[in-house]
Ligand binder design. Structure first.
Ligand SMILES: [Zn+2]
Length: 511
């Protein structure tokens, strides 16, 4: 007998006086059952199209409105794009108020920084539909989620990688000159997520690989932290624990999965950039377990769309599963690293590094062009190890003169604490003299490489000058962008090219 029939039977057998009360109770119970049974099943636009079409901006907005005020999903505007379109963030939580439970692990997922890479956005909308339908509530016991499905609505509508004003958002995480990247970093600083995932696509039809006889066929690739200044403990967690977990899940679902690599067999194959200017490493340098995911892209946007979206989603789900099972462990590692970042003064910071061949091996799934057979290929030449080539000691403070306030504006976009000098005073500092600037190949690109020598001096600080203490979460970030010999410093950007023009480098260090 069902529970409802049981209640009805009991009701028939009760004395008449209690019947009105019970009738009311019955109605109430019945309506609860009906609500539970009629749990709305939300369907993402890409599913509704039978995986025939990618989702337009307008359709995405309508969908976000639909799921945006359900039990666990709340959608809010995050920012306006350069052309005035809305970037939205979905806050997904089983708590009454998002972020209320400070013990929960916070995870930030964002997609489509590159407007022509749609499957990240599609996978994140399917994920939102599942959360809104109540299918994934178990995942939310230990984690709160922030989801920005579409970082670049303008590029998406124009079917182009860059924004409408031609910015590559995934190369704008140091300058933060675009409203889209700035909003993402503001969101990061508001919630300080422990884990972040930036979802992209990689082109598989590249000449450099087919000329070597291969086509890469991994459904998704997962990129981890590579900058030598990121936490060794986090990199180990990513490689030895998280990556194998996701790989096992993906293989179980019948998907090809591998670690993210760039380059080609005819030159060198390595992991992605050590630069902190992308959506992965810019958060990694702040003590975050951050990833980039690259789903496969075939000939067109729609080519094999269903498998592409589902494999992106599978890989994201596997990461969330891992996070919910290991929430305490990840929270601990992140807290430990963020505390360490406050104590780096006097410690070496890597300012130059490169990818080398090491002991590690890598096997990846490929299709042989000549036979069209799928097989596993041992990557050669595999430059799988990042090694530090030059370091500098982090000072207690950096000093920047009033005339260089453009640098300070940039630091403030990174929520870095800056003290403004109010009264004239004298301090002992170290200044850098520019010895030479030459052009050098860094990660297959020609960039300035600077050599300096340092000397001590007494500096008169004037009102309006700036002091930047390095006892901040952004300690390593500060050194990487301010040090003149840093390969990923401000000197590589056109806007700050003037820093190389003077005999004395304008940023000073306290001794
Ligand atoms: Zn991309």
């Amino acid at each position: 007998m069902s529970r409802m029939n049981e209640i009805i039977t009991r009701m028939i057998n009760v004395p008449t006086v209690r019947r009105p009360f019970l009738a009311l109770a019955l109605c109430f119970a019945w309506s609860l059952v009906s609500i539970a049974q009629a749990q709305v099943q939300y369907v993402a636009p890409v599913e509704r199209s039978g995986y025939q079409r990618v989702t337009s901006y307008d359709t995405l907005q309508a969908f976000l409105k639909e799921v945006g005020s359900t039990a666990v999903v709340h959608v809010e505007p995050l920012a306006k794009s350069k052309s005035g379109r809305t970037l939205a963030v979905a806050k997904v939580s089983s708590s009454r108020v998002f972020g209320e439970d400070a013990h929960k692990l916070r995870v930030l997922l964002f997609g489509q920084q590159h407007g022509d890479e749609h499957t990240g956005k599609e996978a994140l909308t399917v994920l939102l539909a599942r959360f809104a339908s109540g299918d994934l509530n178990a995942l939310l016991e230990k984690i709160d989620l922030l989801i920005v499905p579409q970082m670049n609505p303008d590029g998406s509508e124009l079917y182009q990688r860059r924004t409408s004003d031609s910015v590559d958002l995934n190369r704008n995480h140091v300058l933060l000159t675009s409203p889209e990247t700035r909003a993402l970093h503001d969101l990061f600083y508001q919630w300080l997520p422990h884990v972040t995932l930036d979802v992209h696509e990689y082109g598989t039809m590249s000449r450099s690989w087919s000329d070597s006889g291969f086509v890469r066929i991994a459904d998704t690739q997962l990129g981890m932290l590579t900058n030598a200044n990121t936490s060794a403990e986090m990199r180990e967690l990513q490689h030895k624990s998280i990556f194998p977990y996701i790989a096992g899940y993906m293989h179980g679902q019948g998907y090809f999965f591998q670690e993210y690599i760039v380059g080609s067999p005819s030159d060198r194959v390595r992991h992605s950039t050590t630069e902190i200017n992308d959506g992965r490493q810019s958060f990694g340098i702040l003590g975050t377990v951050s990833f980039i995911q690259e789903g496969i892209k075939w000939r067109t946007r729609e080519d094999r769309l269903e498998r592409r979206v589902k494999s992106q989603l599978a890989s994201i789900r596997a990461l969330l599963e891992y996070c919910s099972k290991n929430a305490e462990k990840i929270t601990q590692i992140v807290s430990h690293e963020r505390a360490r970042l406050l104590t780096l003064a006097g410690q070496p910071i890597a300012v130059r590094m490169d990818h080398f061949t090491g002991k590690g091996e890598l096997q990846i799934p490929v299709r042989i062009v000549a036979t069209q057979h799928d097989t596993v290929w041992q990557v050669k030449p595999y430059h799988g190890e990042v090694r530090m080539q030059k370091s500098t000691l982090l000072p207690e403070k950096y000093i920047i003169e009033k005339k260089d306030s453009a640098i300070v504006q940039l630091l403030r976009r990174h929520h870095i604490t800056v003290e403004e000098v109010k009264q004239e005073s004298q301090v002992n500092v170290t200044a850098y003299m520019m010895d030479s600037t030459r052009r050098s190949e860094i990660e297959e690109e020609i960039q300035p490489l600077v050599s300096v020598s340092s000397h001590s001096m007494t500096k008169t600080l004037k009102p309006g000058d700036f002091i930047i203490p390095t006892k901040q979460l952004q300690s390593a970030l500060l050194a990487i962008i301010l040090e003149p010999e840093s390969m990923w410093g401000l000197t590589k950007y056109e806007q700050f090219g003037y820093l190389l023009k003077e005999k004395q480098y304008p940023v000073l260090r306290t001794r």
